[in-house]
Write a protein that binds this ligand. Structure first.
Ligand code: FES
Length: 210
């Protein structure tokens, strides 16, 4: 659609529960999102608890120097495991003291030894996909999302990395609209077709716009 024919989203898109659900499925839980700088978690055991579109997440630096992300949710009864930020040697649940290593493995589950066939190795923390590009850290809840997309996003985030390709794009940038390149627009169309079938109805404007 030529930029001169574009209009803003209708107000209902900002309040519609249905539209929000569609956005969550088609965009936020399928795309890489920026969560911070790797250098903020420089030493083993450094962690930060964050809120994301997919729920609370723990970012941490493990003992081998790798960055990891886990659902901030105990595998026993779902208690929040960590808050804020700091340094830890292991992750101990404040509720019943299940304890996890920094690689997410469950290493202690008090009283569970009386439960037949309980296997510690089957109850580690749920991993969240994480990619780094230089110092930038990205997460994604979609196991199938191409990892190179995180690098593509990073390219836009770095200082001076925003490319002006033409008059319309420059104008959109000037007035603070996000730019959808052709491939991205095609991808959104495919996602919309996939998700739209599961929803009762999409706002008419959105159907036309994409
Ligand atoms: S909820 Fe975490 S140990 Fe029970």
């Amino acid at each position: 659609m030529p930029f001169d024919h574009a209009t803003a989203l209708p107000a209902a898109c900002y309040t519609s529960t249905e539209f929000f659900a569609a956005e969550m499925v088609a965009i936020h839980r399928r795309n890489w999102f920026f969560v911070g700088l790797a250098s903020e978690l420089a030493s083993p055991g450094a962690y930060r608890a964050i809120e994301t579109v997919g729920g609370p997440v723990i970012l941490l630096r493990d003992n081998d120097g790798g960055l990891r992300a886990f659902a901030n949710c105990c595998r026993h009864r779902g208690s929040i495991l960590l808050e804020g930020s700091g340094r830890i040697r292991s992750i101990a649940c404040p509720y019943h003291a299940w304890t996890y290593r920094l690689d997410g493995a469950l290493i202690a589950a008090p009283d569970m030894e009386r439960t037949p066939d309980f296997d510690l190795t089957e109850h580690g923390l749920a991993r969240v996909r994480l990619e780094t590009w230089q110092d930038l850290v990205f997460l994604n809840f979609d196991e199938a999302a191409p990892r190179q997309d995180a690098h593509h996003l990073a390219d836009h985030l770095r200082p001076g990395g925003y490319r002006h390709k033409g008059r319309d794009e420059a104008r959109m940038h000037d007035i603070k609209f996000p730019i959808c390149e052709r491939e991205e627009l095609e991808r959104i169309r495919r996602l919309k077709a996939e998700v739209g079938g599961k929803l009762a109805a999409w706002p008419q404007h959105f159907q036309c716009a994409l």
